[in-house]
Write a new protein. Structure first.
Length: 112
């Protein structure tokens, strides 16, 4: 081979190595920047999610308080039901007592 051909081959090889190195460095730089951006975005999203989680925790605490109040109301309703059934029984006894005091109802037509 002649010196000129060898020089051209070496120049072409060094051009490919330089372009390949540049592409590799460019992709590495782009990947590093993308990683930084993703980390920033992830941190921002995590911060937002943490704020939302705190709000949900507050809402859950409020719901727990409401559920406790509902339990108290249900207990009161149970007490009222018991008192109503007891009152119903007492009222039945009073009706029977009043009916005994009044006696039998008078007839509209007198027997002959």
């Amino acid at each position: 081979m002649s010196v000129e051909v060898l020089t051209i081959i070496i120049a072409a090889a060094s051009l490919f190595v330089a372009l390949g190195g540049g592409l590799f460095a460019g992709f590495a730089w782009m990947l590093r920047r993308m990683d930084e951006r993703f980390n920033q975005a992830e941190a921002s999203v995590n911060e937002r999610f943490n704020k939302v989680d705190e709000k949900f925790d507050k809402v859950d605490e409020k719901f727990d308080k409401v559920y406790n109040e509902f339990d108290k109301v249900y207990k009161e309703f149970d007490k009222v039901r018991e008192e109503m059934s007891q009152l119903r029984a007492d009222l039945t006894e009073v009706k029977i007592s009043v009916a005994r005091l009044e006696g039998p109802t008078p007839r509209l037509i007198w027997p002959r």
